[in-house]
Ligand binder design. Structure first.
Ligand SMILES: [Zn+2]
Length: 389
């Protein structure tokens, strides 16, 4: 395959992937109906609160041949966070949230379920596309070896003991989590009002909830997988009219570590801003108030846009981001804490540094490192059962 054919092949895969995402069946167990496009985060209760002229800003993937870039663009609130996960009937499950936001324990579980379903849907489709790509690559290699060393058993080499020991099914644990939450929302009718700070344990999974008395102008629904591919953490930020709900679904084996970080990170507003920025830079599934981005100086914004592609592979989960995204909010609380004499010199200096563009490795080097990491994930990813037409 020459460069042009290769580029066409990737475009074809991309198109197929997009179509698969839109023509799915309802994700609710046992339901066979066609899904409709619906929000994974409520438009009325949350997205609307941070929109300007009916729009929010988000990163959109743009493909050019083999390369994918993420570009910041304005999106209408009717499109923001939409996915084809549920049929019309099952989308009604979330009616309460769409009217009143997160008020009860049941609302909390429903939002967790909705967010996990978003990721399950997206990753299942991506998994089938990855499977197709993997199959194609293996076929090419098989053919290549057959021509030059006919006696070489490519499959014994490719799917050897090491592969069997290291292979990862990226979707299995998310599917299990979805089932766990589905059982929870079906059997519990918990209309108890939720407190401002809550920790709920369901089986092995921990749900952390925190309401803060400030509108943080981002709607966020991200997922991160820790090294092994089986430890998942979901982060959700839901701005209301007067305050913001923050949710973490901790389905990882690093519960204690995350809980400790969570306690420190939610102890004051500057830490909360920092925590949410660290989530934003590790995953692009968020929608922000356009004026927040428009206020960031060009040089810093350029680095932020580049980091969105590389930061996650270069840093640990929830590692503090070294530059500011929410400038106004940070300055507001910086002033409040300073006026109250609540900032030590070291912290103050650290906060100041966040407004200065920070140094990075050159882009080629970062791209190379990321590709190496992605190649490894692709090699050990077990997508064989997920490939379907
Ligand atoms: Zn359904």
């Amino acid at each position: 395959m020459n460069k042009q054919e290769e580029s066409k092949y990737f475009e074809m895969l991309d198109k197929k992937n997009k179509n698969r995402k839109k023509s799915a069946r309802c994700i609710f167990t046992g339901c066979e109906k066609h899904s409709i496009g619906s929000h994974s985060i409520s438009k009325n209760s949350h997205i609307k609160n941070i929109a300007e002229n009916g729009e929010v800003m988000s990163f959109c993937p743009i493909r050019q041949g083999e390369n994918k870039e993420l570009l910041l663009k304005k999106v209408g609130i009717n499109q923001a966070s939409v996915f084809h996960g549920f049929c019309k009937e099952h989308d009604q499950l979330f009616q309460g949230i769409d009217i009143n936001g997160i008020c009860t324990y049941k609302d909390l579980f429903l939002q967790c379920y909705r967010s996990v379903c978003y990721w399950l849907h997206m990753l299942t489709v991506d998994g089938s596309t990855m499977g197709e790509l993997q199959k194609y690559t293996d076929d090419v290699m098989r053919g290549f070896f057959k021509r030059i060393i006919p006696s070489f058993d490519f499959d014994a080499f490719r799917f050897d003991k090491e592969y069997e020991e290291n292979k990862v099914d990226f979707v299995k644990t998310i599917r299990e989590l979805k089932t766990l939450l589905e059982t929870q929302i079906e059997c519990i009718n918990d209309d108890r009002k939720i407190d401002n700070s809550v920790l709920v344990q369901i089986g092995d999974v921990e749900i952390l909830f925190r309401k803060v008395e400030e509108v943080i102008p981002v709607v966020l629904n991200t997922m991160n997988t820790i090294a092994t591919g089986e430890d998942n953490v979901f982060q959700i930020v839901l701005p209301n009219k007067m305050d913001t709900d923050i949710i973490v679904i901790n389905a990882s084996h690093k519960r204690v570590v995350l809980l400790d970080t969570w306690k420190v990170a939610t102890s004051n507003m500057l830490n909360i801003i920092e925590l949410i920025e660290s989530w934003m830079i590790s995953n692009e599934i968020w929608y922000i108030q356009p004026s927040v981005i428009e206020k960031i100086p060009e040089v810093r914004l350029k680095i932020i846009c580049e980091d969105i592609r590389y930061w996650q592979g270069e840093h640990k989960l929830w590692e503090v981001y070294d530059m500011s995204i929410f400038d106004d909010l940070r300055q507001k609380y910086f002033k409040i804490y300073k006026d109250n004499d609540n900032l030590d010199d070291e912290y103050e200096e650290k906060e100041r540094q966040k407004f200065i563009p920070q140094k990075r490795l050159n882009k080629e080097q970062r791209e190379k490192n990321m590709r190496r990491l992605m190649g490894k994930l692709q090699y050990y990813g077990d997508f064989r059962d997920m490939t379907k037409e």
